[in-house]
Ligand binder design. Structure first.
Ligand code: HEM
Length: 179
């Protein structure tokens, strides 16, 4: 049987860290800028433009990542010695993919329902509605954002447990080097 590589392939390593940055950026933009800014603000359209571009780039890169992941040989799952924790690791990774795709889809659906592509990118006529909360996907976008923050927290706790508790050098698997 062919031996499994000791690290993730460089393209997945690059995508992992780039996506981590972009996802934190989108969460911060949404939570601290968009949510706080009334739709009547003259800065709102620019802020929406930035957020929507970052969100759509995340969606595209996640698709690339998923395809590469399915076509490449990956390292063996890092064992913790506890079946329940191993299962939690697996499910949390699947959960991250799912929640990120739901974020992109619900954001895009909100934007379409509110006519934002035309207003934000096409120089179309405003003004924006008073609030986007009248659209169900906007409400979903807000709830999934909170769930995603919790799951990112779980992911970090898992990494810290592996790296410093089990001392299995988990982080080196998600970095560049000889496979
Ligand atoms: C992983 C990708 C994304 C993340 C992490 C993200 C994150 C967020 C967050 C945290 C909020 C504030 C939610 C709240 O606390 O209630 C928000 C709002 C919003 N996002 Fe996203 N988003 C993403 C993708 C997108 C995409 C692809 C679009 C559209 C193409 C989009 C459009 C919007 C809109 C229209 C709002 C509402 C702003 C408002 O109510 O003023 N998002 N997003």
């Amino acid at each position: 049987m062919k031996q499994k590589p000791s690290r993730h392939p460089p393209v997945l390593v690059g995508l992992h860290w780039l996506l981590a940055l972009l996802i934190l950026l989108a969460l911060a933009m949404g939570t601290f800028v968009l949510k706080e800014m009334p739709n009547t603000s003259p800065d709102k359209i620019g802020a929406l433009r930035g957020h929507m571009i970052v969100g759509l780039v995340i969606g595209g890169l996640m698709l690339v990542r998923l395809v590469v992941r399915m076509r490449t040989s990956l390292p063996q799952a890092a064992p913790t010695g506890n079946t329940l924790l191993d299962q939690l690791g697996k499910s949390s990774h699947a959960g991250l993919y799912l929640l990120i795709f739901v974020m992109v889809a619900s954001g895009a659906a909100t934007a379409l329902l509110a006519g934002l592509p035309e207003i934000v990118f096409g120089g179309g006529a405003g003004p924006l509605q008073e609030s986007f909360a009248i659209y169900a996907p906007r409400v979903v976008h807000g709830w999934i954002a909170k769930a995603l923050m919790v799951l990112i927290g779980v992911h970090w706790v898992g990494v810290i447990f592996h790296q410093f508790g089990l001392k299995d050098r988990l982080l080196s698997r998600m970095w560049f080097g000889k496979r």
